[in-house]
Every structure is written in C-alpha cells, then in structure tokens.
Design a protein around this ligand. Structure first.
Ligand code: BGC
Length: 741
C-alpha cells in the first residue's frame, strides 16, 4: 500500500450479511449537501427498500429497527417529509447509485452469488469507497473481476461519481447490465412522495418527485461506456439504462456513471430541470479531472483537521474515521441546517438536531473551521422564530429551543418528558454561542445574531423559573442530560447553564455597548429591552442554586437525586451487548439511582475551572459506577474527565470504547447511522483531555495545563485555530508543545 495512505484506509475483508447494515452506515459518503449510505450498487436480494409498515415514536435507545439486512439511504438534509406519527422526518430519496450485472438469469448478489477475493475499502483521505471481487456465475461460464469506485464530489456539491471496471479473467458470457434511478424507496416504512416522474433527455435519464410537504427533488444520471449500447426502459418509479455485451477472457470494460441531485430548497435559484441539466453537463469532464478536483478540496479540509496519533494504529484510523464523518456531514454553506444526531448516515432520530450540535460537535468546527461553526449557529438564529413560538406554546415569553428541532425550529419530539422537561437545550445553545465568540472574537456575529438569541432565551428562563418561599428561584420538573431521571428539582447542569445564559445576555450587551454604541441602541430598541428585565436576569442568575453535597464535596445531579432508590445495575443487566434500558422499565429507571449518561460530569466538562480537582474527582467517583452509558454521548465525556482526575485506567477504557463505537464491526454501532456527537467529542478529548488545552470558555489564552496520553500512545499532533491564528499542537509523554504556524 502507498505509505502515504497508511492509517487512512478502513478495510472490510469479508462480506458478512449480518454486518452489512453496519457498513452501510460506517462507510457512508457525502459532501455536506447530501449523504449516501454505503449500500451495494446492485442491492441485496430479499432486502426490499419500498416496504410500507407502521411506526410509532419510541426511544431510539431501546428500539429494535426494521430492515435487518440492508437500508438504503440518500439524504439531502433540507428535504424533510411529514410522517403522521413521527412528525417531521428526513426523507430517504430515490436511489441513484443503482447498477447491476446479470449473466443468464443470475443477478449478481454479494450474498447469493459465488464471490472470491472480496474486499471493500473506505479511503478516508480521498473520500472514496472501493469494492473489488471476482464473480464466478452459477453457470460457470466465466470468471469476472469487478472493481467499483465511487465518491460524492466535494467540489461539485450536487454530484456523485461511480466508476465500474470489469475484467474478464476466464471464459465467455453474455453480460447484461442495468443501471438507473430507483424510486421504490420508503422512509421508516412510509411513502413520502406524492408524485414521481421519470424521463429521458437525450442520453440523460431523470427522475423528479414531489414530497408530501411539497418540495421537489430531481435526480439525473448519465451512464457512459465505449462498448455497450444502452436502451432506456422506465416506469413511473424507476428508470434504467439496459444493455448486453458478449464478453470473453482478456477483455476489459469501464462504465462511468455521473449522478446529480438537486432540489427546489437549494440556495441556488432557477428552474430545476435547467439547473439539473447544467449540473450534469458540467460533470462531463474526465473521471480523473473530477476525482482530482474533489480530492483537492478534501485535502485542504484534512490539512487543518487531521489528528495524528503515534503508537496505536487502530486508534489512529478510528480517530480519522470520526473526523471523516464530521467533514462529510457538515454543510458550511447552508445556514438552514446543522448536523443531525446520526450524521445523515441513517434514519434513527429522523434527521433532527439536538444539544449534540452545540455541546458535542461545535467545538470541532470552532477550532478547525470557524466558518462552519458560525453556520451551525446561524441555523439556530434562523430558527429563532420557531423557538419563540415554542416558548409561547408553554405560556412563556422569549425563545425556547425545541429538544428535537425541525428545519423551522419547531418541537418534533412527541415524548412529553423530553419535550417538556429537557429544557437545557436552550441554555446549551447560549453556551455554544459564547464558546464560538470566545474562540473567534467574531463581534459581527455577536452583535447581529448571538446577542439576540441570548436575550430571547433569557426571557424564556425568566418565565420558566419558579420563585420559592425564601425569595429564591428554582427550576422544577427538569430532565437534565441524564434521561433516566425525568422530573427532577434543580438539576445542577441545567441550573448552571441557565445562570450562564442569563449572565451572557447581560455581558453581550455590555460588550456591544463598548464596541458599537449605534448597534447597541438598535438592539435595545429592536428587542424592547428594559433595565428592569436585566435586573431580573441578574437576580435569577444569582439566586438559582447549583446543588452540591457539601459534606462529601461533590456536585449533586439534582436536589432530589438522593431520594431515588438504589438499584442493582449489574444484577439486572443480563446482556451487556444491549443497553441497560432494555432490562428495566422506564418507570423504574425514573425512580432509581442510575444514570443513562454523564450529567453532573457533563457540567464539569463544560466548566472545568469552576470546580476544584477534588470536587471533580469526587463527582466522577460518585456517579461513574451508577452510569450505564446507554447514551453514546457518555463514554467520551468520561474519558475527558478521567484524564483530568488522573484515572488512567478509565481514560484508556473510555477512549478505547468511544473510538470503537461506530468503527468496530463487532459492536455494529453504525447500523442506523453514525453517533456523530461521539465523533465530535473525540476531537474534544484530543484537545482538552490528551493535550490538556482548556477551551476558550475556560482560558483566555491558548495553554496546556497537563498532558494525558492514553496507554500506548507516543505522540499526538493536530492543529487548531484560536482567535484567528493557527497553531500546531504536539502532545508528548509529559508535555504539550504549542507553536503558531
Ligand atoms: C441521548 C441524548 C442525545 C440524543 C441524540 C439520546 O440517546 O440521551 O443526550 O441528545 O440521544 O444523540
């Protein structure tokens, strides 16, 4: 292998039907504008993609998913549909990768056909997926070596490119080929298309469809081959190029397919068909040129975001795997979308946005691509109206961001505990705004967008707190990050974040006043701010408690946490390959001392400097043994804090686990999509845990206070951008070197 590509390529050595769905998620490709799951071009027999079934809203943690073998997925994040039970969901669009060979009446199939020397590789550096194998058809007429290469162009954002090479090794046969666009797809067992039309425009095939909320999507394909003449056949939902060729030993064939996907929600204006034709015509340059322009864009992205780990190749590859997904799922040019909880690599969580964005993903973008970070926050600004309506629906003023956000910013979560009580999301967005501002000093963003969100969200908190008998304030009926405690009183994480939100609303006004008096006045008038309301923000921020167990010096998850019953976690958890939540009812979880995920520990991760090392250590030691890590957001948060409290055993354990989560085929974590928050937080682990660099939320300058290399790691090298300057960071055994470049 080219040594430049050492630790850049993930290999699947054997095809195992039971692992197929995992690889469809793990090897997902995309360029921010769209993402495609890594299904085989020809599909798999018996894995119908157009099935209709009923689905209701359930907890993703304990849900058993349908489509056990294969799930196609073609997603454009701004195209959502309306499901009668699930609300707004991302739509699985028609399958443009379709390409299949047949000999006699045998259709090539990875599971049913005789396949030799199979291998599939995802090249993270170049964003290509390559599959190679030898096919021996059932009639034994020949042996054909096939190689498939494909990529979602990083340069031409609507373009997907496929190249298939066939080499006849032995014998002769009549090789039949079909390739086109297949509209027989459903999402969560539901048909979201109200219209579908197929068409031919000279040698280009097209499918256009209308979704149930009225958006139009168009796909165009162009299949090229020097050697085969194609006919085109079509019905309403499927359109195909079809051709035959008598082939014999020693011959080689190349097929190239270019596909374009576009919608009427795109930022570009113009007639869909005309734009589509222009886009597909612009792709009519050589495969090598298309590849090169794509590769160059990706090379630039890797130039700033790569993390080099010396000492553990598996961890190195897996770290890059996480970064690859962070790069391919984010669209830095479209402020109407963020990165959904599954990184657009599957339909679990329906393509929606959670606190994952601001707390787990945003830091990666803040420190490697501030433009992308700003864009993510602009999504929240653009959904401020939705958040205001949401506040009003709870009889509150201001803005209350939804737990599961739609494109407009409306609440999509239909489980009341989360929608009603998991309110910390609103303050998490405030934290994200301040984090971005602190690390970039982007005053323009603060003045024109950030401050408005901070004020409006503070107005919501003013109405959401309850005044108590002592004249103080409480937040009652709260679900903190730990979703196994539903209706708590004064959750430390939420309260601290709310105080932060209120304080930063006031501070942002002071900053703007000092920077731009005119803008300050404008904002003051636009939002009809009053001195009295700012006084009240101040009072609430001061009086809202952050509960501590004073005697034992640790953070109390909530004031009532100690009232919960002890639960024998290990005794109940019969099968560790499934989440703990499978073995206890929700009702039991809600009254027991067990955590789904880091909660007080998430607070220490965000406000490291506010707690003493002893407090952080005690908090870690108290909660970790009763944390089930049923949420993928939890292990890596623990790894970070473990590094601070010198728990090297746990640093190693949780780092290894978080890196394996979607990467290790044995765990099969990527079946329903990528745990993208885990990917983002792994990058934070490198910065704040391994290299010991506090974020701009905790430090005003870029310094490292401690270096913690997991076992076997010799050195970690990466870059980060801090207030406009780029630095090279090298974390070595006992220290971290920081150099401006
Ligand atoms: C976690 C949430 C998270 C969501 C989406 C849930 O299982 O408990 O914290 O936001 O998944 O990733």
């Amino acid at each position: 292998m080219n040594s430049d590509l050492n630790n850049w390529i993930i290999k699947e050595q054997n095809f195992d039907i039971n692992k197929n769905k995992h690889y469809e998620g793990a090897f997902c490709q995309g360029n921010g504008y769209f993402s495609v799951r890594a299904s085989f071009e020809e599909g798999l027999q018996g894995a119908g993609q157009g099935d209709i079934y009923e689905r209701s809203f359930k907890s993703v943690t304990t849900e058993i998913q349908r489509n056990p073998i294969s799930k196609w997925g073609t997603y454009v994040p701004t195209i959502m549909g309306s499901h009668p039970a699930l609300n707004e969901v991302i739509i699985n669009l028609p399958y443009f990768m379709d390409f299949s060979f047949s000999i006699q009446d045998e259709k090539l199939d990875m599971h049913q056909s005789t396949i030799v020397d199979y291998k599939r590789e995802l090249n993270l550096k170049e964003g290509t997926l390559i599959r190679e194998f030898i096919w021996i058809p059932k009639d034994n007429s020949c042996k054909i070596k096939l190689k498939y290469i494909r990529f979602a162009s990083m340069e031409k954002k609507h373009l997907f490119v496929q190249r298939i090479e066939a080499e006849v090794l032995e014998g002769k046969a009549l090789l039949s080929l079909e390739s086109g666009i297949d509209g027989n797809v459903t999402t969560n067992g539901y048909n979201h298309f109200t219209e579908m039309n197929t068409n031919v425009i000279s040698d280009i095939i097209t499918l256009d469809c209308k979704t149930d909320i009225g958006n139009r999507v168009m796909e165009l394909c162009n299949l090229q081959s020097k050697d085969i003449n194609f006919n085109i056949i079509k019905d309403e939902k499927k359109i195909l190029y079809k051709g035959d060729k008598a082939v014999s030993a020693g011959e080689n064939y190349v097929f190239e397919k270019r596909s374009v996907i576009l919608t009427d929600r795109d930022l570009e204006d113009g007639d869909l068909k005309e734009r589509g034709l222009n886009l597909i015509n612009a792709a009519n340059i050589s495969y090598e040129e298309l590849y090169e322009e794509h590769r160059k864009v990706l090379e630039k992205k890797w130039g700033i975001s790569d993390v080099k780990i010396e000492g553990n190749d598996k961890h190195q590859l897996s770290m890059r795997f996480s970064i690859y997904h962070l790069l391919r799922s984010n669209n830095e040019d479209d402020p109407r979308m963020a990165v959904c909880a599954k990184g657009f690599a599957g339909e679990a969580y329906y393509g929606r946005y959670f606190w994952d964005t601001e707390i787990f993903l945003l830091p990666f973008y803040i420190y490697t691509n501030p433009k992308a970070a700003r864009n993510l926050l602009m999504y929240r600004y653009n959904t401020l109206e939705g958040a205001k309506e949401n506040a009003r629906s709870y009889n509150c003023n201001g803005a209350r961001y939804p737990w599961q956000s739609s494109l407009r910013g409306d609440e999509q979560c239909s489980l009341w505990e989360y929608a009603d009580n998991e309110v910390h999301i609103t303050a998490d967005i405030a934290y994200g705004i301040w984090h971005y501002f602190s690390a970039t000093k982007d005053y323009d963003f603060l003045i024109n967008y950030g401050a408005e969100i901070l004020i409006e969200t503070s107005r919501f908190w003013r109405d959401r707190v309850d005044k108590n008998k002592e004249g103080g304030y409480d937040l009652i009926n709260i679900m903190g990050p730990d979703e196994y405690s539903a209706m708590t009183r004064n959750n430390a994480f939420t309260n601290r974040m709310v105080k932060f939100n209120l304080n930063k609303a006031m501070e942002s006004l002071e900053i703007i006043k000092g920077k731009d008096e005119e803008a300050y006045k404008k904002l003051w008038n636009k939002l009809s701010i009053s001195k009295e309301e700012l006084e009240l923000f101040k009072e609430i921020a001061e009086k809202l408690p952050v509960p501590m167990d004073k005697e034992n010096n640790y953070i109390l998850q909530s004031e009532d946490f100690e009232d919960y019953a002890d639960i024998n976690i290990q005794g109940i958890w019969k099968d560790k390959s499934k989440p703990f939540g499978f073995f206890a009812t929700q009702e039991k979880l809600y009254r027991s001392k067990c955590l789904k995920q880091a909660d007080a520990l998430a607070l220490t991760m965000l406000f490291k400097k506010e707690f003493t090392l002893e407090q952080i250590t005690n908090t870690y030691n108290y909660y970790e043994p009763i944390t089930t890590h049923d949420s993928s957001l939890s292990p890596v948060n623990h790894a970070i804090v473990a590094s601070w409290v010198d728990n090297t055993e746990h640093l190693d354990k949780f780092t290894d686990y978080a890196l394996a989560l979607d990467f290790n085929e044995r765990l099969g974590g990527a079946e329903e999509g990528i745990h993208i928050a885990n990917c983002g937080c792994l990058w934070q682990l490198i910065m704040t845990g391994v290299a010991g660099i506090d974020t701009a939320m905790n430090e005003t300058s870029l310094i490292s206070t401690k270096t913690s290399l997991p076992k076997g790691w010799k050195k970690v090298e990466f870059k980060l951008i801090w207030q406009g300057k780029t630095y090279k960071i090298e974390a070595m055994e006992n220290y971290t070197r920081i150099n401006e470049i």
